[in-house]
Design a protein around this ligand. Structure first.
Ligand SMILES: [Zn+2]
Length: 366
Protein backbone atom coordinates (compact mmCIF):
# COMPACT_ATOMS: atom_id res chain seq x y z
CA UNK A 1 0.00 0.00 0.00
CA UNK A 2 1.39 3.40 -0.77
CA UNK A 3 -0.01 6.78 0.14
CA UNK A 4 0.77 10.20 -1.25
CA UNK A 5 -0.51 13.43 0.14
CA UNK A 6 0.10 16.37 2.40
CA UNK A 7 1.49 16.52 5.92
CA UNK A 8 -0.84 18.06 8.47
CA UNK A 9 0.93 18.09 11.84
CA UNK A 10 2.87 15.95 14.28
CA UNK A 11 1.38 14.50 17.47
CA UNK A 12 3.10 12.11 19.96
CA UNK A 13 5.94 11.97 17.43
CA UNK A 14 3.57 10.68 14.72
CA UNK A 15 3.18 12.53 11.43
CA UNK A 16 -0.50 12.95 10.47
CA UNK A 17 -1.02 13.00 6.69
CA UNK A 18 -3.95 13.48 4.32
CA UNK A 19 -3.78 11.16 1.33
CA UNK A 20 -5.00 12.79 -1.89
CA UNK A 21 -7.94 10.34 -2.00
CA UNK A 22 -9.16 11.88 1.28
CA UNK A 23 -10.29 15.01 -0.58
CA UNK A 24 -12.65 12.94 -2.74
CA UNK A 25 -14.23 11.47 0.41
CA UNK A 26 -14.43 14.88 2.06
CA UNK A 27 -16.16 16.36 -0.99
CA UNK A 28 -18.66 13.49 -1.40
CA UNK A 29 -19.55 13.34 2.30
CA UNK A 30 -20.08 17.10 2.55
CA UNK A 31 -22.20 17.09 -0.60
CA UNK A 32 -24.40 14.16 0.40
CA UNK A 33 -24.97 15.56 3.91
CA UNK A 34 -25.74 19.09 2.71
CA UNK A 35 -28.04 18.02 -0.13
CA UNK A 36 -29.65 14.95 1.48
CA UNK A 37 -29.23 14.08 5.14
CA UNK A 38 -29.60 17.47 6.87
CA UNK A 39 -32.31 19.07 4.65
CA UNK A 40 -34.46 15.92 5.02
CA UNK A 41 -34.20 15.97 8.83
CA UNK A 42 -34.37 19.75 9.37
CA UNK A 43 -36.22 21.25 6.36
CA UNK A 44 -36.65 24.91 5.39
CA UNK A 45 -33.34 26.30 6.64
CA UNK A 46 -30.99 28.52 4.58
CA UNK A 47 -28.68 26.43 2.38
CA UNK A 48 -25.56 27.92 3.91
CA UNK A 49 -26.48 26.37 7.30
CA UNK A 50 -26.66 22.92 5.72
CA UNK A 51 -23.26 23.39 4.12
CA UNK A 52 -21.61 24.73 7.28
CA UNK A 53 -22.86 21.88 9.44
CA UNK A 54 -21.97 19.36 6.70
CA UNK A 55 -18.39 20.61 6.45
CA UNK A 56 -18.15 20.47 10.24
CA UNK A 57 -19.53 16.90 10.14
CA UNK A 58 -16.98 15.78 7.52
CA UNK A 59 -14.16 17.31 9.58
CA UNK A 60 -15.42 15.61 12.75
CA UNK A 61 -15.70 12.29 10.90
CA UNK A 62 -12.00 12.48 10.11
CA UNK A 63 -11.13 13.67 13.62
CA UNK A 64 -12.96 10.55 14.84
CA UNK A 65 -10.95 8.37 12.45
CA UNK A 66 -7.75 10.06 13.59
CA UNK A 67 -8.54 9.43 17.29
CA UNK A 68 -9.28 5.79 16.43
CA UNK A 69 -5.89 5.41 14.71
CA UNK A 70 -4.09 7.33 17.45
CA UNK A 71 -5.35 4.94 20.09
CA UNK A 72 -4.00 1.93 18.11
CA UNK A 73 -0.73 3.82 17.75
CA UNK A 74 -0.30 4.78 21.39
CA UNK A 75 -0.78 1.20 22.56
CA UNK A 76 1.69 0.03 19.89
CA UNK A 77 4.26 2.62 20.95
CA UNK A 78 3.84 1.46 24.55
CA UNK A 79 4.95 -2.01 23.39
CA UNK A 80 8.02 -0.60 21.66
CA UNK A 81 6.58 -0.69 18.13
CA UNK A 82 7.42 2.64 16.45
CA UNK A 83 4.67 4.43 14.49
CA UNK A 84 5.93 7.15 12.14
CA UNK A 85 2.85 8.04 10.10
CA UNK A 86 -0.92 8.05 10.19
CA UNK A 87 -2.67 8.46 6.85
CA UNK A 88 -6.27 9.54 6.46
CA UNK A 89 -7.59 8.32 3.12
CA UNK A 90 -10.84 7.58 1.28
CA UNK A 91 -11.67 4.46 3.33
CA UNK A 92 -10.77 5.90 6.74
CA UNK A 93 -7.37 5.84 8.34
CA UNK A 94 -4.29 3.72 8.72
CA UNK A 95 -1.38 3.86 11.16
CA UNK A 96 1.85 2.62 9.63
CA UNK A 97 3.60 0.40 12.20
CA UNK A 98 7.34 -0.12 11.76
CA UNK A 99 7.18 -3.58 13.28
CA UNK A 100 4.67 -6.31 14.13
CA UNK A 101 3.29 -7.18 17.55
CA UNK A 102 5.52 -9.68 19.33
CA UNK A 103 2.87 -11.64 21.27
CA UNK A 104 -0.83 -12.47 20.82
CA UNK A 105 -1.79 -10.36 23.83
CA UNK A 106 0.07 -7.31 22.44
CA UNK A 107 -1.69 -7.74 19.11
CA UNK A 108 -5.06 -8.13 20.82
CA UNK A 109 -4.66 -4.91 22.83
CA UNK A 110 -3.33 -2.87 19.90
CA UNK A 111 -6.21 -4.05 17.67
CA UNK A 112 -9.02 -3.55 20.19
CA UNK A 113 -7.85 -0.05 21.21
CA UNK A 114 -9.25 1.56 18.02
CA UNK A 115 -12.83 0.24 18.20
CA UNK A 116 -12.92 0.92 21.97
CA UNK A 117 -12.03 4.57 21.28
CA UNK A 118 -14.78 4.77 18.62
CA UNK A 119 -17.40 3.30 21.00
CA UNK A 120 -16.23 5.69 23.70
CA UNK A 121 -16.67 8.67 21.34
CA UNK A 122 -20.08 7.34 20.26
CA UNK A 123 -21.24 7.24 23.88
CA UNK A 124 -19.91 10.75 24.58
CA UNK A 125 -21.75 12.19 21.56
CA UNK A 126 -24.85 10.16 22.36
CA UNK A 127 -24.93 11.70 25.84
CA UNK A 128 -24.61 15.17 24.29
CA UNK A 129 -27.54 14.54 21.89
CA UNK A 130 -29.60 13.55 24.88
CA UNK A 131 -29.14 16.92 26.58
CA UNK A 132 -29.19 19.15 23.49
CA UNK A 133 -32.55 20.53 22.16
CA UNK A 134 -33.99 17.91 19.78
CA UNK A 135 -35.32 20.15 16.98
CA UNK A 136 -32.06 22.00 16.43
CA UNK A 137 -29.78 21.43 13.40
CA UNK A 138 -26.81 21.04 15.74
CA UNK A 139 -28.53 18.07 17.37
CA UNK A 140 -28.52 16.44 13.93
CA UNK A 141 -24.77 16.97 13.83
CA UNK A 142 -24.32 15.30 17.24
CA UNK A 143 -26.52 12.43 16.06
CA UNK A 144 -24.47 12.01 12.91
CA UNK A 145 -21.15 11.88 14.80
CA UNK A 146 -22.62 9.36 17.25
CA UNK A 147 -23.67 7.09 14.38
CA UNK A 148 -20.35 7.55 12.56
CA UNK A 149 -18.33 6.51 15.62
CA UNK A 150 -20.60 3.60 16.39
CA UNK A 151 -20.23 2.27 12.83
CA UNK A 152 -16.48 2.92 12.85
CA UNK A 153 -16.18 0.70 15.90
CA UNK A 154 -18.63 -1.95 14.70
CA UNK A 155 -17.39 -2.23 11.10
CA UNK A 156 -13.79 -2.55 12.22
CA UNK A 157 -14.71 -5.40 14.56
CA UNK A 158 -15.78 -7.65 11.66
CA UNK A 159 -13.27 -10.54 11.87
CA UNK A 160 -11.82 -9.96 8.40
CA UNK A 161 -8.05 -9.47 8.42
CA UNK A 162 -6.54 -6.84 8.22
CA UNK A 163 -9.51 -5.04 9.82
CA UNK A 164 -9.17 -4.67 13.60
CA UNK A 165 -11.60 -7.53 14.20
CA UNK A 166 -9.46 -9.70 11.93
CA UNK A 167 -6.43 -8.85 14.05
CA UNK A 168 -8.31 -9.68 17.22
CA UNK A 169 -9.37 -12.97 15.58
CA UNK A 170 -5.77 -13.67 14.55
CA UNK A 171 -4.45 -12.96 18.04
CA UNK A 172 -6.88 -15.56 19.43
CA UNK A 173 -5.81 -18.16 16.82
CA UNK A 174 -2.13 -17.22 17.22
CA UNK A 175 -1.67 -18.92 20.59
CA UNK A 176 -3.17 -22.17 19.27
CA UNK A 177 -1.91 -22.43 15.68
CA UNK A 178 1.15 -20.17 15.53
CA UNK A 179 1.37 -16.83 13.74
CA UNK A 180 1.62 -18.17 10.16
CA UNK A 181 -1.40 -20.44 10.26
CA UNK A 182 -3.39 -17.83 12.24
CA UNK A 183 -2.61 -15.18 9.62
CA UNK A 184 -3.59 -17.55 6.83
CA UNK A 185 -7.00 -18.28 8.37
CA UNK A 186 -7.73 -14.64 9.27
CA UNK A 187 -6.70 -13.34 5.87
CA UNK A 188 -8.83 -15.97 4.09
CA UNK A 189 -11.84 -14.57 5.98
CA UNK A 190 -10.63 -11.08 4.94
CA UNK A 191 -10.49 -12.17 1.30
CA UNK A 192 -14.04 -13.53 1.24
CA UNK A 193 -15.36 -10.53 3.14
CA UNK A 194 -13.75 -8.26 0.53
CA UNK A 195 -15.31 -10.29 -2.29
CA UNK A 196 -18.73 -10.09 -0.58
CA UNK A 197 -18.51 -6.30 -0.36
CA UNK A 198 -17.52 -6.15 -4.04
CA UNK A 199 -20.57 -8.21 -5.03
CA UNK A 200 -22.85 -6.03 -2.87
CA UNK A 201 -21.31 -2.96 -4.50
CA UNK A 202 -22.03 -4.32 -8.00
CA UNK A 203 -25.63 -5.10 -7.02
CA UNK A 204 -26.05 -1.53 -5.72
CA UNK A 205 -24.61 -0.09 -8.94
CA UNK A 206 -27.17 -2.09 -10.95
CA UNK A 207 -29.91 -0.80 -8.68
CA UNK A 208 -28.86 2.76 -9.54
CA UNK A 209 -26.98 3.70 -6.37
CA UNK A 210 -23.76 4.65 -8.15
CA UNK A 211 -21.67 6.49 -5.55
CA UNK A 212 -22.37 4.07 -2.68
CA UNK A 213 -22.06 1.09 -5.03
CA UNK A 214 -18.68 2.12 -6.42
CA UNK A 215 -17.43 3.04 -2.97
CA UNK A 216 -18.39 -0.44 -1.67
CA UNK A 217 -16.88 -2.11 -4.74
CA UNK A 218 -13.55 -0.35 -4.18
CA UNK A 219 -13.66 -0.88 -0.42
CA UNK A 220 -14.13 -4.62 -1.01
CA UNK A 221 -11.28 -4.64 -3.52
CA UNK A 222 -9.09 -2.74 -1.07
CA UNK A 223 -9.80 -5.19 1.79
CA UNK A 224 -9.22 -8.20 -0.46
CA UNK A 225 -5.86 -6.82 -1.61
CA UNK A 226 -4.81 -5.70 1.87
CA UNK A 227 -5.53 -9.14 3.32
CA UNK A 228 -3.24 -10.70 0.74
CA UNK A 229 -0.49 -8.11 1.24
CA UNK A 230 -0.64 -8.59 5.00
CA UNK A 231 -0.33 -12.34 4.60
CA UNK A 232 2.75 -11.99 2.37
CA UNK A 233 4.45 -9.45 4.63
CA UNK A 234 3.75 -11.47 7.80
CA UNK A 235 5.18 -14.59 6.18
CA UNK A 236 8.29 -12.75 4.96
CA UNK A 237 8.78 -11.10 8.31
CA UNK A 238 8.45 -14.42 10.10
CA UNK A 239 10.97 -16.19 7.88
CA UNK A 240 13.52 -13.37 7.80
CA UNK A 241 13.40 -12.49 11.49
CA UNK A 242 15.14 -15.81 12.20
CA UNK A 243 18.30 -14.72 10.33
CA UNK A 244 20.82 -11.95 10.88
CA UNK A 245 22.70 -9.91 8.30
CA UNK A 246 26.05 -11.54 9.22
CA UNK A 247 24.55 -14.99 8.54
CA UNK A 248 24.46 -14.36 4.80
CA UNK A 249 26.56 -11.25 3.99
CA UNK A 250 29.43 -11.72 1.58
CA UNK A 251 32.68 -11.04 3.41
CA UNK A 252 35.20 -9.13 1.29
CA UNK A 253 38.69 -7.74 1.52
CA UNK A 254 39.03 -4.24 0.09
CA UNK A 255 41.08 -3.73 -3.08
CA UNK A 256 44.04 -1.33 -3.33
CA UNK A 257 43.07 2.04 -4.69
CA UNK A 258 46.10 2.26 -7.05
CA UNK A 259 45.08 -0.83 -9.04
CA UNK A 260 44.32 0.04 -12.65
CA UNK A 261 40.86 -0.46 -14.02
CA UNK A 262 42.30 -2.71 -16.74
CA UNK A 263 43.91 -5.01 -14.14
CA UNK A 264 40.70 -5.06 -12.18
CA UNK A 265 38.72 -6.02 -15.28
CA UNK A 266 41.01 -8.88 -16.25
CA UNK A 267 41.95 -10.34 -12.84
CA UNK A 268 39.35 -9.44 -10.23
CA UNK A 269 36.09 -8.96 -12.05
CA UNK A 270 35.69 -12.59 -13.23
CA UNK A 271 35.71 -13.73 -9.57
CA UNK A 272 33.06 -11.25 -8.39
CA UNK A 273 29.54 -12.11 -7.39
CA UNK A 274 28.48 -8.58 -6.43
CA UNK A 275 28.58 -5.33 -8.34
CA UNK A 276 29.59 -3.24 -5.31
CA UNK A 277 33.19 -3.68 -4.28
CA UNK A 278 35.14 -2.04 -1.42
CA UNK A 279 38.32 -0.09 -2.18
CA UNK A 280 40.78 0.98 0.55
CA UNK A 281 41.86 4.60 -0.03
CA UNK A 282 45.28 5.98 1.00
CA UNK A 283 43.70 7.93 3.87
CA UNK A 284 42.18 4.74 5.29
CA UNK A 285 38.61 5.34 4.14
CA UNK A 286 36.63 2.65 2.35
CA UNK A 287 34.92 3.79 -0.84
CA UNK A 288 33.02 1.70 -3.34
CA UNK A 289 33.45 0.59 -6.87
CA UNK A 290 30.21 0.07 -8.72
CA UNK A 291 30.58 -2.33 -11.65
CA UNK A 292 27.70 -0.60 -13.41
CA UNK A 293 29.76 2.62 -13.50
CA UNK A 294 32.71 0.69 -14.94
CA UNK A 295 30.77 -0.50 -17.94
CA UNK A 296 30.32 3.12 -18.99
CA UNK A 297 34.10 3.67 -19.32
CA UNK A 298 35.40 3.14 -22.88
CA UNK A 299 37.83 0.27 -23.25
CA UNK A 300 40.78 2.47 -24.34
CA UNK A 301 40.58 4.52 -21.12
CA UNK A 302 40.75 1.56 -18.75
CA UNK A 303 44.57 1.33 -18.92
CA UNK A 304 45.14 4.87 -17.56
CA UNK A 305 42.37 4.96 -14.96
CA UNK A 306 42.98 3.75 -11.42
CA UNK A 307 40.31 2.44 -9.07
CA UNK A 308 40.65 5.56 -6.88
CA UNK A 309 39.54 7.68 -9.84
CA UNK A 310 36.16 5.99 -10.13
CA UNK A 311 35.18 5.00 -6.58
CA UNK A 312 32.42 6.76 -4.68
CA UNK A 313 31.07 6.84 -1.13
CA UNK A 314 27.89 4.87 -0.39
CA UNK A 315 25.54 6.50 2.11
CA UNK A 316 23.52 3.40 2.90
CA UNK A 317 24.60 0.61 5.24
CA UNK A 318 23.27 -2.10 7.55
CA UNK A 319 24.62 -3.60 10.80
CA UNK A 320 25.90 -7.17 11.05
CA UNK A 321 23.59 -8.02 14.02
CA UNK A 322 20.49 -6.59 12.35
CA UNK A 323 17.62 -8.98 11.63
CA UNK A 324 17.23 -9.77 7.92
CA UNK A 325 13.55 -8.76 8.09
CA UNK A 326 14.57 -5.22 9.03
CA UNK A 327 17.48 -5.04 6.58
CA UNK A 328 15.30 -6.32 3.72
CA UNK A 329 12.56 -3.78 4.44
CA UNK A 330 15.23 -1.06 4.43
CA UNK A 331 16.69 -2.23 1.10
CA UNK A 332 13.21 -2.37 -0.47
CA UNK A 333 12.39 1.11 0.78
CA UNK A 334 15.64 2.61 -0.57
CA UNK A 335 15.51 0.46 -3.73
CA UNK A 336 18.92 -1.13 -3.14
CA UNK A 337 20.04 -4.42 -4.72
CA UNK A 338 23.18 -4.48 -2.59
CA UNK A 339 24.20 -2.64 0.55
CA UNK A 340 27.50 -2.45 2.50
CA UNK A 341 27.57 -4.03 5.97
CA UNK A 342 29.33 -1.86 8.55
CA UNK A 343 30.16 -2.18 12.19
CA UNK A 344 30.87 1.38 13.42
CA UNK A 345 33.55 2.53 10.92
CA UNK A 346 34.66 -0.93 9.86
CA UNK A 347 33.51 -2.34 6.56
CA UNK A 348 32.65 -6.04 6.77
CA UNK A 349 30.94 -7.13 3.59
CA UNK A 350 28.07 -6.76 1.16
CA UNK A 351 24.47 -7.85 1.67
CA UNK A 352 22.67 -8.85 -1.53
CA UNK A 353 18.88 -8.69 -1.91
CA UNK A 354 18.98 -11.76 -4.15
CA UNK A 355 20.61 -13.78 -1.32
CA UNK A 356 17.74 -12.75 0.96
CA UNK A 357 15.23 -13.74 -1.71
CA UNK A 358 16.89 -17.19 -1.92
CA UNK A 359 16.25 -17.64 1.79
CA UNK A 360 12.60 -16.67 1.35
CA UNK A 361 12.22 -19.14 -1.51
CA UNK A 362 13.87 -21.99 0.39
CA UNK A 363 11.84 -21.45 3.56
CA UNK A 364 8.43 -20.71 2.10
CA UNK A 365 5.93 -23.48 2.76
CA UNK A 366 3.73 -24.28 -0.20
ZN1 LIG B 1 -8.71 0.34 13.67
Amino acid sequence: MSFRGIKLFKIFGIEVNLDYSWFIAFFLITLSLAEGFYPSMYPNLPKVYYYLVSILSAVMLFVSVLLHELSHSLVAIRYGIPVKDIYLFIFGGVALFQDEAKTPSQEFKIAIAGPLMSFFLASVFFTLTYYYPKNDLFNGFLNYITIVNFFLGAFNLIPAFPLDGGRVFRSILWGKYGILKATEIASTVGKYFGITLMILGIIMIFKGSFINGFWLLFLGFFIKRASKEALVSTTLNYILSRFRVDNIMRVMNPLRSDMSVADFMSFVRPTLSTYLYPVLMEDGRILFLDLRDLFKIPYYQQEELLLKDIVKPIEFSVFPEEKLSKAYAYMKKERLDEVPVRYKDTFLGILKASDIEDIIRNNYRK
